[in-house]
Ligand binder design. Structure first.
Ligand code: ZN
Length: 150
């Protein structure tokens, strides 16, 4: 018998213990810091942006299992995606976790990220799960600003 909840739990633990794309990225041309004072999670996100493509992405920092697993899964999901694709994934992820509107998210777009769906039932952990994503959003927003003001 396979319990889907347990499977999800195992994947989250695996990503938190062996985070993918973990470490500093020397070729990064965009970085962002994120800090979640409620839990003490800290993250630095590194992105090598080539034209509009997220060519490489890594993260470093320390935090709880949820924050690390979410950052690890995020780097896998948005690596080699364009900025506009990454924003669509961000919006769907945020919708799944925070349920701020009645609109539903798209499971096909989220893929493995849907593993983190259970976090939405624990308001105290939502900031852990979205920390890396807000760092990503600040990078993408700043980049857009630069483009529009120059
Ligand atoms: Zn946390």
């Amino acid at each position: 018998m396979y319990d889907i909840e347990e499977l999800y739990q195992e994947i989250i633990i695996d990503h938190s213990r062996n985070p993918r794309n973990f470490g500093k990225l020397d070729t990064a041309n965009k970085t962002a810091e994120g800090y979640n004072p409620l839990c003490g999670d800290q993250i630095t996100l590194y992105i090598e942006l080539k034209d509009k493509l997220i060519n490489k992405i890594k993260f470093s920092g320390s935090g709880c299992a949820i924050s690390k697993a979410s950052a690890s899964l995020m780097t896998e999901a948005i690596n080699q995606k364009t900025e506009s694709e990454a924003i669509i994934i961000f919006n769907n992820f945020r919708q799944m976790i925070t349920k701020t509107t009645d609109e539903d998210y798209d499971s096909d777009i989220l893929g493995d990220l849907e593993i983190l769906k259970g976090v939405s039932a624990f308001p105290a952990r939502i900031k852990c799960a979205t920390l890396a994503w807000h760092a990503l959003k600040s990078i993408l927003d700043n980049n857009n600003q630069e483009i529009s003001t120059e």
